[in-house]
Design a protein around this ligand. Structure first.
Ligand code: DSN
Length: 415
């Protein structure tokens, strides 16, 4: 996209848009929740549907002129049902957090109890953090990752469920590198007659492609965001059995939202169509293979990985063993200088703070979209090692930066 039309009206914003496009082209996006959608998804998101109000659902709108909005939303729903095998899908949530809000609004009353993973152990703000509406509206108890193994402590989860007696148990995580045993969590929920919400925001694409186990058909509710591994338009999604369909739909609209962002729903529909193509399965397999290659090579360099490896699209590095004096922020900033963009992250048993934690989280969805294979990811691990090991050495950073430029030129992204 040239952004020439924007430039005619608003050169300052055009500069920022071009700057962001160039930044994405010229750097390695390794924030595990990010990806690069296709030009088709972006075109749909930039369409005239941004002008349309369409409160309600297909065939039952509160405004006239919704025939094309209906087409787009029906397509998004049908494709999502096929991708994830869900009985009912709501594609209107503006984000993953709004999707979770839809489930809470539908099933809980203020003061009801949520059992979820701690944010510092890989959970999410919308799972009950005190700064989020969930922490202010509901009573929250949290389970943890076993710091010795790096795996979810399913026994603790079960014990907490028994003692806390939650109304809902939340699974699905933001910084957990391992496959999730949905049945164990469902069992804990069944034992105390609680609902089970599985938030698959990070792994939507892996679940759709069958390279990660699916909670659909196990958990009562499955939520996600639609722009991460599934690589569709930006926003959220809720899946559930038919018995909860009306409650969920009413909770999304009018319960928690007004007019849906129909241009984003169009982007979801287009991205879901792309994900139904056979190539998407190969993409998702490559995402996981790349994460394993990245993790293995980081371990070769002496880095400790939480849980000792990965089953999905991300690795979580605990810097305390290999680089006890280097914080996650030190590493994040030095890596950003050379064009490797990832984020500092807390690790289980964190001894620093959320603002300056002891780990870094690195994902492969974005690199895989631009064509990286295992060999290229092993080289990225070599570059990460060189920078983290020499984070205040400008000569090393200049050399690595040059190599990142070569890699981004070789694996092109947007024209
Ligand atoms: N911000 C996302 C992440 O980075 O995991 C979650 O919403």
């Amino acid at each position: 996209m040239s952004y020439d039309t924007v430039r005619d009206v608003d050169p300052a914003v055009a500069d920022a848009l071009v700057g962001e496009r160039d930044r994405q082209n010229d750097t390695l996006a390794m924030i595990a929740s990010e990806n690069h959608v296709s030009e088709a998804v972006m075109e749909a998101q930039g369409s005239e549907l941004t002008n349309k109000y369409a409160e309600g659902y297909p065939g039952e709108r509160y405004y006239a002129g919704c025939e094309y909005a209906d087409d787009v939303e029906n397509l998004a729903i049908e494709r999502a049902e096929e991708l994830w095998g869900a009985e009912h899908v709501n594609v209107q949530p503006h984000s993953g957090t709004q999707a979770n809000m839809g489930v809470y609004l539908a099933m809980l009353e203020p003061g009801d109890k949520i059992l979820s993973l701690e944010l510092e152990h890989g959970g999410h703000l919308s799972h009950g953090h005190p700064a989020n509406f969930t922490g202010k509206t509901y009573e929250v108890e949290q389970y943890t990752i076993d710091p010795d193994t790096g795996y979810i402590d399913y026994d603790e989860l079960q014990d907490l469920a028994a003692s806390f007696d939650p109304d809902i148990i939340v699974s699905g995580y933001s910084a957990y590198p391992r496959d999730i045993e949905w049945e164990k969590i469902q069992q804990a929920a069944d034992d105390v007659d609680a609902y089970h919400l599985a938030d698959i925001a990070h792994i939507t694409g892996l679940v759709a492609a069958g390279v990660h186990s699916s909670p659909v058909g196990i958990a009562d509710f499955v939520t996600g965001s639609t722009h991460k591994t599934i690589r569709a338009g930006r926003g959220g999604i809720i899946m559930c059995d038919e018995e909860y369909a009306d409650d969920i739909d009413a909770a999304v609209f009018p319960g928690g939202q007004g007019g849906p962002l129909m241009h984003n729903v169009a982007g979801k529909a287009v991205g879901f169509k792309e994900a139904l193509e056979p190539e998407f399965e190969a993409y998702a397999e490559q995402v996981v293979a790349n994460a394993k290659a990245l993790g293995d090579q980081l371990q070769e360099h002496g880095f400790s990985l939480v849980s000792g490896g990965t089953d999905n699209h991300l690795v979580l590095v605990d810097l305390r063993d290999s680089h006890p004096d280097t914080t996650g922020k030190d590493a994040e900033e030095a890596l950003e200088e050379v064009g490797i963009v990832l984020n500092a992250n807390t690790v289980p048993g964190e001894t620093r703070s959320a603002f300056n934690p002891s780990g870094i989280r690195a994902g492969t969805p974005g690199l895989t979209t631009r064509g990286f294979d295992e060999e290229a990811c092993r080289e990225v691990a070599d570059l990460i090692y060189r920078v983290v090991d020499n984070y205040d050495d400008d000569d090393v950073k200049a050399e690595v930066s040059e190599r990142v430029d070569e890699l981004t030129d070789e694996f092109t992204l947007y024209e």
